[in-house]
Design a protein around this ligand. Structure first.
Ligand SMILES: [Cu+2]
Length: 279
């Protein structure tokens, strides 16, 4: 008996240790961001209208849009992080110094942009033709809380600054927070009248498809930062626990003559005289 008690205790301790260790480290290693696209925000915030685009707008310069009266489809994109870890990119200056290809300096915005953060597509379901939007880069920060986040409601806001050369930024999206690009911001539009060199978008039914952290096939010499576990050969720029929930779509009808007041949930919103940019 005297001998068996310590053995029994030792076994208990060993079991407790085995149970405790994976619980702790497992919780750490499985904590990952999970980016989604807020479908409701997209559905509730779009407009087709005629707008006067100034030559001074960054989106006009970056998107190679001919200034003047253009017919646009504007829309809002919000990308919440519903995972159990922050998406933490830190200071873009560090990424630029490391030459890792994640960031570039956007001259017109005077801050750093993440490349290929979100894919904006306008699709003609009849032909499959895809139009691209005017937006060229993204600065990821915590813009607003995501009300439908299933986790704790008191997650702190951590990421607030885009950064520029010599000025440290801190980019990312905290768990429970969303980065939101409202419809008024530079580049949050498709040009429908051919004014950006793409074909004219005729009136009819279309799909807006937004994909955050899209899958891509790396080109020669391009690193595969995070391999997609379900789609061999495809890679992502950012880590996530689930790459299958990264897309949202809405269908809409593009009218023949939207006019200045416009058509869509945001009709009658005031004109944009100076283009706000993402900060
Ligand atoms: Cu910007």
């Amino acid at each position: 008996m005297k001998k068996r008690i310590p053995v029994f205790l030792a076994i208990l301790c060993a079991i407790a240790a085995v149970l405790a260790v994976p619980k702790k480290s497992g919780g750490d290693t499985t904590a990952l961001p999970d980016l989604i696209v807020d479908q409701a925000a997209l559905r509730q915030h779009w407009i087709v209208r005629d707008e006067n685009l100034k030559a001074s707008f960054c989106s006009v310069q970056e998107g190679e849009v001919t200034p003047g009266l253009r017919t646009l489809l504007r829309f809002t994109v919000s990308t919440p992080n519903i995972g159990n870890a922050n998406l933490d990119l830190g200071d873009p200056n560090v990424h630029i110094a490391a030459n890792d290809g994640l960031y570039e300096f956007a001259t017109c915005h005077n801050h750093f942009h993440f490349r290929h953060y979100t894919l904006y597509e306008l699709i003609d379901p009849a032909t499959g033709h895809v139009w691209r939007a005017a937006k060229r880069g993204f600065c990821m920060i915590d813009v607003e809380k995501y009300q439908a986040y299933p986790g704790p409601a008191n997650n702190p806001r951590n990421f607030l600054s885009c950064g520029r050369p010599g000025v440290a930024g801190n980019q990312g999206i905290s768990a429970g927070w969303a980065d939101t690009y409202v419809w008024k911001l530079g580049g949050q539009y498709f040009v429908l009248d051919g004014g950006d060199g793409q074909p004219v978008v005729p009136p009819g039914d279309y799909v807006i498809r937004i994909t955050v952290n899209p899958a891509f096939v790396p080109g020669p010499g391009e690193p595969c930062r995070f391999a997609d576990p379900n789609h061999p050969g495809f890679c992502h720029q950012l880590p996530e626990s689930n790459y299958e929930n990264n897309t949202a779509e809405i269908t809409l009808t593009i009218p023949d003559h939207p006019g200045r007041q416009g058509v869509g949930p945001l009709k009658n919103e005031p004109d944009i005289t100076e283009e706000p940019i993402d900060e």
